[in-house]
Design a protein around this ligand. Structure first.
Ligand SMILES: CC(C)(COP(=O)(O)OP(=O)(O)OC[C@H]1O[C@@H](n2cnc3c(N)ncnc32)[C@H](O)[C@@H]1O)[C@@H](O)C(=O)NCCC(=O)NCCS
Ligand SMILES: Nc1ncnc2c1ncn2[C@@H]1O[C@H](COP(=O)(O)OP(=O)(O)OP(=O)(O)O)[C@@H](O)[C@H]1O
Length: 206
């Protein structure tokens, strides 16, 4: 038996615009939703031996603490200040992330009667990440709100915030590529109403 009623959504946005919050709301509204989270997938891949070996070969042993842990702060700094390092990470991770996403989707189509599959992929638009989705949803905010959230949630200094933001596609360019935009400047309650109306427009009957 295969799942012929599945709606497949791509979910994206800039850093800290509220992708994870939106995904959580969608899951809460429709608990049967199957969610692929690309950031969580990358975190899991950081445990894989082949990945660790490739990272050590590129960045050197200085990337690892004495206990063998990766220094994510250092890696973040390298990724967002040196385009060649960012490219290296993307070349290493993106094919693996795509593989994991397609595997979960195939499993969902084959074994689940869920009506919704959502892939939360930060670089959906930058990379033209195509996994068979019917719609791409963009969660957007003003740059000011991104800055405030990054200062508060991540406790990042102004330089780190600026280097990460300027390494991402401007949100205005993403507007042109998205099918639906959720403007996440209000309270989470408003985000929830927007998500509910959106799911209803897909005939998911909440
Ligand atoms: C740069 C790294 C070390 C930062 O790790 P950290 O734990 O601080 O952040 P985390 O992975 O949770 O990502 C948080 C956010 O950073 C932004 N971000 C991550 N990678 C990138 C990138 N290559 N380009 C632009 N923005 C990025 C996204 O908005 C993402 O939602 C890590 O994100 C990484 O290895 N990135 C390369 C892989 C990648 O492209 N991941 C994006 C999902 S496919
Ligand atoms: N509508 C909202 N009102 C207030 N705070 C919000 C709202 N949406 C998200 N936030 C807060 O903003 C921060 C970023 O949200 P979230 O983690 O969902 O973003 P993200 O796009 O997934 O981030 P990242 O790019 O780092 O993965 C979190 O601290 C979250 O609680």
């Amino acid at each position: 038996m295969t799942n012929s009623q599945l709606t497949i959504l791509g979910l994206s946005g800039g850093i800290a615009t509220g992708k994870s919050t939106c995904a959580k709301v969608l899951l809460d509204l429709l608990p049967e939703t199957v969610l692929f989270d690309a950031d969580a997938c990358v975190r899991d891949l950081y445990q894989r031996d082949t990945v660790l070996r490739a990272l050590a070969a590129h960045f050197g042993d200085g990337l690892f603490s004495d206990g063998g842990e990766i220094n994510k702060g250092l890696l973040r700094e390298r990724a967002f200040s040196n385009p060649a390092d960012k490219q290296f990470l993307e070349d290493l991770f993106h094919p693996l992330v795509r593989q994991e996403c397609l595997a979960l989707l195939a499993q969902t189509v084959k074994n689940s009667q869920s009506r919704l599959f959502v892939a939360d992929v930060p670089l959906l638009f930058e990379n033209g990440f195509d996994f068979g989705q019917s719609t791409n949803l963009l969660v957007a905010t003003s740059r000011n709100t991104q800055v405030n959230r990054l200062r508060q949630r991540n406790n990042w200094d102004a330089n780190t915030v600026q280097s990460v933001l300027s390494s991402q596609m401007p949100i205005e360019s993403k507007f042109a590529l998205a099918d639906v935009v959720i403007w996440n400047e209000g309270p989470v309650k408003t985000l929830r109403s927007q998500c509910r109306r959106y799911l209803n427009s897909l005939n998911l009957n909440l």
